[in-house]
Design a protein around this ligand. Structure first.
Ligand SMILES: [Zn+2]
Ligand SMILES: [Zn+2]
Length: 215
């Protein structure tokens, strides 16, 4: 396409669109109980200095994590999740996974059609979802499927190829990091924890294309 070239190299017509809905740890920034310089500065400066608990939206159909600030973050950034097809949960800590978030997309709360949602996460995430009191309703009416994944596993969901990596967080095999590829671009999402650098390099799993770090 004319104009889609840069020094003779084609420019990808559509990059991954990444929106950080939240980048804080479990207590948020500012933490309501804290008077440290970071929290004090965030209270004064506002804007991007106020950081919600972690979640990241890729394009409009893939979400990393689903914690307690999800609804507020979508309102803050004026985004909707009606086209969400894939949810990748890194681990089951409460700042990354609030199962009741998913109830609000189902009957009784959302009158418009919803896209079936595939949820992927390590074993503790699947167990946390299944034992949540909302899960029977969600599984019956929420158009969700839940799949347990392990480090090193690759699979497709929607338009993405996904690779799970081990993370050094919350005990052995309890947390995962992910690489997401749309066939042209790759996104490495290490926001939640540190991967096992001595054991596994993300580049081993993404030998071609561009690997982008998010934080
Ligand atoms: Zn603080
Ligand atoms: Zn955690």
């Amino acid at each position: 396409m004319a104009g889609d070239e840069n020094n003779g190299k084609p420019i990808a017509r559509r990059a991954l669109k990444i929106l950080f809905l939240g980048t804080a740890a479990a207590e948020g920034i500012p933490s309501p109980f804290c008077e440290c310089s970071t929290c004090t500065h965030a209270r004064k400066a506002r804007g991007r200095n106020v950081r919600m608990r972690t979640a990241t939206l890729v394009n409009d159909d893939l979400l990393f994590d689903c914690g307690p600030d999800l609804i507020a973050a979508t309102q803050r950034f004026d985004v909707r999740l009606s086209r969400l097809e894939t949810l990748l949960v890194t681990h089951a800590h409460s700042d990354h996974l609030l199962p009741s978030n998913l109830i609000w997309r189902g009957p009784g709360f959302c009158p418009t059609p919803i896209t079936p949602l595939r949820i992927f996460g390590p074993g503790p995430v699947a167990r946390a979802l299944r034992r949540d009191p909302h899960w029977p309703t969600l599984a019956e009416k929420g158009a969700v499927s839940l799949e347990t994944v392990r480090a090193g596993q690759r699979w497709r969901s929607g338009r993405y190829q996904i690779t799970a990596l081990p993370a050094n967080h919350d005990g052995k095999r309890a947390a995962l990091l992910y690489i997401v590829s749309d066939g042209t671009h790759k996104l490495f999402y290490p926001l939640t924890a540190v991967y096992h650098t001595r054991q596994i390099s993300p580049f081993r799993y993404a030998p071609s294309g561009k690997v982008s770090a998010t934080g």
